[in-house]
Design a protein around this ligand. Structure first.
Ligand code: 2RA
Length: 329
């Protein structure tokens, strides 16, 4: 496979290269792609050095697959050009996610929707991916009516500038601000910009993308997305109301038997998911599973995942693996 990584020098792009190597993705030729200012830079992949190329050069090289993590504007402009050249694009930005002609895919849930005709495929938002991984199998069994989620999001979701801001604040030095406020010793209840309804874009991604991925518009989701000074991954406190009653041990067993989910749930041994331990891993970790005693047919759970891996790079590469395994590219 000739594979282009668009945004290869960015935070997610670097994790994509790491995961491609770890999973031994069948690459015959790697094309690292970035903006003009990075053209000519050298990157290393599986012991070999590659020179970063610009967008048009990459289009002309006619990769089989292009993994994009270069922002919405770049994707809107360039993904169609790659597709026209015969390349299948898997895009990490929000540009195509809600486009009715594009598939929004978490492989464990809806990869079977994919066909050879899909030339631009959207990778969901990181905080959505980890949540729907747990919701989907439970929806199948008990039918979800409503979800209330509060997220506690890693600053790596914002990017390098945010990590630098936290390091500066920790060291007591001044520097460029990724956020409106200090993030060190703080919690900022705003991820992305505000929409007219008072929610942030991040919160509405959880609402809109969940419906599309699970394929059920009747699932109501309300979210509060909060940025915290953590780097290992996103955490989410999730309350789920089902149409039907459930057995809590059966819930644990369904999740335990779901590929891509690790249940960490034992109060006696203080076992529960934390970003410190999720960092660098590809699974979604679920714990603190308990009946909501305030409302019938409802439960609470705590979901943690590395937002740069299952939340972005790994999910993207799992989509690519599905395409290759099913001869869709
Ligand atoms: C964030 N989910 O965490 C968004 C984009 N990565 O900022």
């Amino acid at each position: 496979m000739k594979v282009a990584v668009v945004g290869a020098t960015g935070m997610v792009g670097e994790v994509m290269l790491q995961v491609l190597a770890e999973r031994n993705f069948p690459i015959t030729e790697l094309i690292p792609v970035a903006s003009e200012r990075s053209v000519g830079k050298e990157i290393e992949f599986k012991g070999k050095k590659y020179k970063v190329v610009g967008m048009q050069t990459a289009v002309d090289m006619k990769a089989d697959i292009a993994l994009f993590s270069a922002g919405g504007e770049t994707s809107l402009t360039w993904a169609p050009k790659f597709a026209e050249a015969g390349t299948t694009v898997i895009d990490n930005s929000s540009a195509w996610r809600m486009d009715p002609t594009k598939k929004l895919v978490v492989p464990e849930i809806n990869a079977s929707e994919l066909t050879k005709e899909d030339k631009i495929i959207a990778n969901p938002n990181c905080s959505t991916i980890q949540m729907v991984m747990a919701l989907a199998p439970l929806h199948k069994k008990y039918n979800i009516k409503r979800v209330i989620v509060s997220t506690y999001q890693s600053i790596t979701g914002t990017g390098v500038k945010a990590v630098q801001q936290l390091e500066n604040e920790y060291a007591g030095t001044k520097g460029e601000m990724a956020y409106k406020y200090q993030i060190h010793r703080n919690a900022i209840p705003q991820c992305d910009v505000f929409e007219d309804n008072g929610y942030t874009k991040e919160e509405m991604k959880l609402t809109r993308e969940t419906k599309k991925i699970i394929g059920d518009d009747s699932i109501n989701v309300t979210a509060t997305a909060v940025r915290i000074p953590v780097v290992g991954g996103h955490s989410e406190a999730v309350n789920i109301e089902f149409s039907n009653d459930f057995d809590i041990n059966e819930v644990r067993s369904i999740l335990h038997n779901t590929p891509g989910i690790t249940v960490q749930d034992n109060n006696d041994t203080y076992t529960y998911p934390m970003p410190l331990y999720a960092q660098g891993k590809d699974d979604v970790f679920v714990g603190r599973i308990r009946r909501d005693e305030s409302q019938a047919n409802s439960l609470n759970m705590w979901i943690v995942a590395d937002n740069l891996r299952k939340g972005a790079a790994t999910n993207t590469i799992q989509i690519a693996e599905y395409l290759v395994e099913n001869k869709l590219v």
